[in-house]
Write a protein that binds this ligand. Sequence first.
Ligand SMILES: [Fe+2]
Ligand SMILES: [Fe+2]
Length: 580
Amino acid sequence: MNRICLVLLVLSPLLLCARPWQFKFSAKISDQEVKAASLSGTLTGAGKMVEVKDGTVCQLSKYSGKIKRGTKLRAAAITVVDMPEDCERFIGIGADWFVSCFLNGQQVLSTEPGGNHFTRISPYNHIVKVKFKKGANHLALYIRPRLYQWKFAFKIMPDISMLPAHSGDRARMIAQMFPPANPGLLRKELVHQLSCDSAAVSCQFGSAVICGVRFRAEKDGQSKIIWNTLSGKRIARKIHRFQLKKLLPETVYNYEIVTLDTNTAKITPVSSGSFKTFPASGVDNSFLIISDTQVAPDIRQAAVKNMLKLPEFGKADFVVSLGDVAENFDNFEMHYFNWFLNGFYRKNQLKPLTIVKGNHEYRGNGSDIYPEHFGRSYYSFRHGDVFFIVLDTGEGGETVWKPGHHLLYTDTAQLLAEQQEWLERITASEAFKRARYRIVLAHASPFKYHAKFYGNTIRKLAGKFFFGAKPAHRIDLWLCAHVHYASRFDPATKNMVGFKFPKRSKLKVDADDLADINFPVITSDGPGQGGEQLSVTSVKVSDDGINVRITTPEGKVIDDVIIRKGEAHHVNSSVLEKLF
Ligand SMILES: [Fe+2]
Ligand SMILES: [Fe+2]
């Protein structure tokens, strides 16, 4: 078998940048010989000098001479790194296609047998922390090609321990030194929390950048930029969220997401879009709700795809994510964006979003990032004379003081206390008092019948405002999810309808709840509890009342009613049965 074996001897002092590299060629090299060479610092064979800039890709076949097709190739490269003291540093290696790296006789990295994984060869493909000793260190690579593209790239990374501790500066400098494959916007920005006078815009970059949003009313508006700042300083972050306030109602706003390059003081637009604020008066509006998509990502994506085909979707003013997008958020972005909202992006049909937090959005190591994307999890907004209250009903239980338990991480009592203070202010506002309809969007139902912990929790949170025969404030509808079975409570008849299952028909509504809950409660469907796996709830508000229609994402009707103040629900169509 023909075998051309090459040995490269790369001699380099401490600073590898702009130093000539010395190549030496030798026959019959093996990984064990390269390992031994990294201990002795010596490889046998012929060689030549070549200029290779630090961190750039070196095409080995340029120096190996003509290679006969079918030849099995092996290469070795060795360098000397001088260090002034014992230290730990990161080194970066990429190779087409297999590489093993040895330092002073020890293997520190290998891409055998899987290969480089990244097609674009760069020293950022594989980064590993290594220990250098004071003085000369011998670092050797053993490289095998694939398909005759025979390359490698190597770099000693900057000493990041010398970076400033300030998180913004540090993040920006690290982003400059270690550029990710996609440093730009990772996806189209989100417009959410839309109201008649405000909106939120959120975006995410592959690396930390200073970011702002420039916006103006489409007709005759003055352009304005707001930056993501911390105590007045523009800060570099990957995730940015902007609250646009004092907007005009029913007005089209054009915006641009912009970044600031502090080296050139240049502002660069990276994305643009527009939104229309909700009207200041009138009650006509419609929206769609999807929740509890705790199913395999492909089933969730299919549900979103089907939802986009519903005729109600095209007419909707906004879409509500009513919580529990996934079971666990160890990787928040994958679940919330790639496997849920991505369906909207692909069709370029992303409506303004109203994000409601479910108990599962508290779970998993990646769930901490939720507020960075979406801000405070309880808020209110107006669509004309319809006042919406978005509640965060928190986690599904009290803190469990056991290592690793998901309820060890949440303090629902503290969340409720601060939320109650906010509810106090909201319900005292003129906008709330004047509203012709008041709708609550909450992940959990107020009924103990549905979930005892939540029933008690919500009574503590909202009871003084909305509960009782003569409540302090009347609400017209409570829309929720969480229990994974569709149901509807009619306060005029005190009937609860739902999918009937043996264990459910044995349950009874608590007498206190029956006496105190005097507003309609409609619960969306969900997986694993009988009925349909997933549902879409379409809501249309008009002077005539509130039409709520629960369907499957494919459009099969589960329940379709009109709710009018003080009247029993007018049922257009329903497959739900009386539960008690
Ligand atoms: Fe759920
Ligand atoms: Fe839930």
